[in-house]
Design a protein around this ligand. Structure first.
Ligand code: PMP
Length: 417
């Protein structure tokens, strides 16, 4: 049971004096679940520790980035050994070339790649590239999908906008979203209508192949194949936003699992091993439109810096050596979610879990129940994502003991709801 201790609360109250709402990203504020957020002092493997000394099993994992868990020894060892050589040079670095090579070899559609510093930046740049390449202005996205906080995409989005019930962000002039067409996911006739009406103006369709920002949303393969066909018919690009899903289910993309070949793939999170990263890649014909070869401009001071590149490189090396363990992650996730669902069924509690591979999310019949469930689990040392709209993740560091402990605690909590 988490101890009551004022250290965490005091730090959060101090944070509010200096940071807006005490945070640098809205969902972290626990706005949805209420109460003070836990502030994490350190992590190790699948565990994190707050400033009050409480230990939690972590299913947030820096929003899905830390697939190897916290402070993986090989990642830390490689980082430590390169730190003394310098942090950032603003020139191409060997680790950058190596990481690009690993990604090119793992992902058939990627012949060239560009690294940036976040998923947001990667999406924003990939859209610019799609517009530059096709010489068309419009982008199609899906209701409740989230692709980072670029102005033109902050419309009917998931993640923090869903959590805070913000349909369109204030501060975005209507002209900035004028070329964003929003279609309900898996609505074949809506996408057909959009293409019939705007086809020659559509540069790209942007989609999360497995939804991770309005709870977990199962991929509809036939729909994704349909948008592959329709984009080809209208000579628009298909962009898969794999910021969450890249290297989450196997050593590669969700595109590969689903048997679909997008034109551009956006990566982030896992490929940076826990440090800030984004990347986008595709075939040479498209990618060469980027400056310095082409006229689509995109630049950055810190992109490809050796520290981030090394964290990504070592993470991918470990993942490639442990590819069989992905199956274990899925088995753990299936066991955990099924145990929780069974406990809820026995109590007649309307708790639904959506899962794909090692990512899952909860929905309860009311926000009040979700809050109760969440707060009780947190008190018992289980750190889930603090919103029904955010995904939870497993890491290679979670043990069967962690999973069993979580399932048992969930059963106890459910029996009291
Ligand atoms: N795309 C998707 C699918 C995401 O889930 C996110 C963030 N969770 C982003 C883009 C934005 O990434 P970042 O937070 O690194 O800017």
């Amino acid at each position: 049971m988490a101890k009551r201790d004022l250290r965490n609360e005091k730090l959060f109250s101090r944070a509010k004096n200096y940071l807006v709402g005490g945070v640098d990203s809205p969902v972290r504020s626990f706005h949805y679940v209420g109460g003070d957020p836990i502030l994490i002092r350190k992590g190790k493997g699948a565990q994190v520790y707050d400033y009050s000394g409480n230990k939690y099993i972590d299913y947030v994992l820096s929003c899905g980035s830390l697939i190897l868990g916290h402070v993986h020894p090989e990642v830390i060892k490689d980082l430590t050994s390169i730190l003394s050589s310098g942090l950032s040079f603003g020139t191409t670095h060997k680790s950058e070339v190596e990481l690009a090579k690993v990604l090119q070899e793992a992902i058939p559609q990627i012949k060239k790649i560009r690294f940036v510093n976040s998923g947001t930046e990667a999406v924003m740049s990939a859209i610019r590239l799609a517009r530059g390449y096709t010489d068309r202005p419009k982008i199609v996205k899906f209701t409740n999908s989230y692709h980072g906080h670029a102005d033109s995409l902050l419309v009917k989005a998931g993640s923090g906008l869903a959590t805070l019930a913000i349909p369109v962000s204030s501060g975005v002039p209507p002209e900035f979203t004028e070329h964003t067409l929003v279609v309900p996911y898996a609505d074949f006739s809506a996408i057909e209508r959009i293409f019939r009406k705007y086809g020659p103006e559509i540069a790209a369709v942007l989609v999360e192949p497995v939804g991770g920002n309005y709870g977990v949303i199962q991929p509809q393969t036939s729909f994704l194949k349909y948008i592959r066909d329709i984009t080809q018919r209208y000579k628009a690009l298909l962009i898969f936003d794999e910021v969450i899903t890249g290297f989450r289910f196997h050593f590669g993309t969700a595109a590969e699992i689903l048997g679909i070949e997008p034109d551009l793939i956006i990566l982030g999170k896992i490929i940076g091993g826990g440090l800030p990263i984004g990347a986008y890649g595709g075939n040479d014909r498209i990618m060469r439109h980027l400056a310095p070869l082409g006229k689509v401009y995109q630049a950055s001071t810190f992109s490809g810096n050796p520290v981030v590149m090394q964290a990504g490189l070592t993470t991918l090396r470990v993942l490639s050596q442990r590819q069989d363990d992905y199956k274990r992650l899925e088995i753990f996730a299936e066991y955990l979610t099924k145990s929780i669902e069974d406990a809820a069924k026995r109590r007649n509690l309307a708790l639904k879990i959506a899962r794909f591979g090692s990512m899952f999310s909860f929905k309860l019949n009311s926000k009040r129940y979700f809050k109760l469930f969440y707060q009780q689990m947190l008190k018992k040392g289980i750190y889930f994502a603090p919103s029904e709209f955010e995904a939870n993740f497993l890491s290679f560091a979670h043990s069967s003991k962690d999973i069993e402990e979580t399932a048992l605690k969930a059963k106890k909590v459910i029996s009291t709801l």
